[in-house]
Design a protein around this ligand. Structure first.
Ligand SMILES: [Zn+2]
Length: 346
């Protein structure tokens, strides 16, 4: 194992910050994997890009570069990657609370799995860009919501249950119930009707897939596509692809995920933006017409932007999209990894 301490700190305050951490004033740290590969990278190329500490480790025959820092400073490098930096300040604050809550949640998962890092810097967790993605209003949005997270109910003396406050670009008029999308048990993440994102850029779309496109995606020749059911938010639950060699049934979310990868954008030709769609055959192509972009669970970012433009506060925005959750300011220490002790934010 190799360890590397960045000598060129991006901000002068960093060394003072770590001094405080070492004597115990700060314990909420996060480990972000910012590079993974089969060869040993030059750490010189990472210098100056990140706050905190950089480590190079070898794990499962791969080299990983891990950036360890305080959660609040991590968020400075996340918010501008997950939401437009120029968006209204209250929307940025709502995003900061969602992103902070999620990192607590992901960190708990990583600890249980004994991983050498808590999150990657990609869309599979939250996109993190280090100091180059920071700006003044993002730092202020993080600071003004300092240590605030969303929780569900109290967990006895252990504090509150941390709930993954997921977010997505646009729900298309109704957010999703989390268990409809991924199965599992998410009793506090239920879909809500959303009039706010109507008319925003991802609100409606249409995509054409040829028979060959679909064969490449689902792996069998496809001559017909049939929706087998819908969930309460109006999204397609199950979908069946049939052709001369048989048929395949899958959840619509599984199909959507087969059409996207880390570099897919909304306008990528062969990507399905959401599962809120209808499908019909038109000549030799299948026309999918739908609404929204993303899984639809939790905060609708375009809806949050509209709410902020209408004068709503970040607490009103979060209260709208997470009606069953409560905003608390955490006072945790690392020995309480599954729950947080906090005070309710009025
Ligand atoms: Zn929406």
């Amino acid at each position: 194992m190799f360890r590397f301490l960045s000598k060129k700190k991006p901000l002068a305050a960093i060394s003072i910050f770590f001094l405080f951490c070492q004597v115990g004033f700060c314990s909420e740290m996060v480990r972000v994997c910012v590079w993974s590969g089969s060869y040993k990278p030059s750490l010189e190329s990472f210098k100056g890009k990140y706050r905190g500490q950089l480590s190079l480790i070898k794990w499962n025959r791969r080299y990983l570069v891990i950036n360890t820092m305080d959660i609040e400073e991590y968020l400075y490098g996340v918010i501008g990657k997950e939401m437009e930096k120029s968006w209204p300040f209250e929307a940025l604050k709502a995003q900061a609370v969602c992103s902070r809550t999620l990192i607590f949640y992901y960190r708990n998962l990583a600890t249980k799995k004994k991983l050498p890092y808590d999150v990657s810097d990609t869309i599979y967790h939250q996109v993190y860009g280090g100091v180059y993605s920071e700006n003044e209003s993002i730092v202020r949005a993080v600071e003004e919501t300092s240590n605030e997270i969303l929780v569900a109910g109290q967990n006895g003396e252990n504090g509150y249950n941390i709930v993954p406050s997921f977010f997505h670009a646009c729900c298309g008029g109704h957010t999703s119930t989390a268990s409809d999308v991924w199965g599992g048990n998410y009793p506090s993440l239920k879909g809500v009707e959303d009039p706010f994102c109507s008319g925003t850029p991802f609100y409606s779309w249409s995509k054409s897939f040829t028979q060959n496109d679909l064969k490449g995606i689902v792996g069998i020749p496809v001559s017909s596509v049939q929706v087998l059911g819908y969930n309460d938010s109006g999204r397609v639950a199950k979908i069946e692809f049939s052709g001369k060699s048989g048929s395949k049934v899958m959840t619509a979310e599984s199909f959507r995920m087969m059409t996207v990868n880390g570099s897919t954008t909304f306008s990528s030709r062969q990507s399905l933006p959401s599962t809120l769609f209808t499908v019909r055959k038109q000549g030799n192509v299948f026309l999918f017409e739908g609404k929204g972009y993303g899984h639809g669970v939790g905060l609708c970012q375009w809806g949050a932007k509209k709410m902020a433009e209408q004068g709503k506060t970040y607490k009103e925005i979060l209260g709208y999209y997470f009606p069953e959750l409560c905003l608390v300011r955490v006072e945790t220490s690392e020995d309480k990894i599954s729950s947080a002790v906090g005070t309710v934010v009025p």
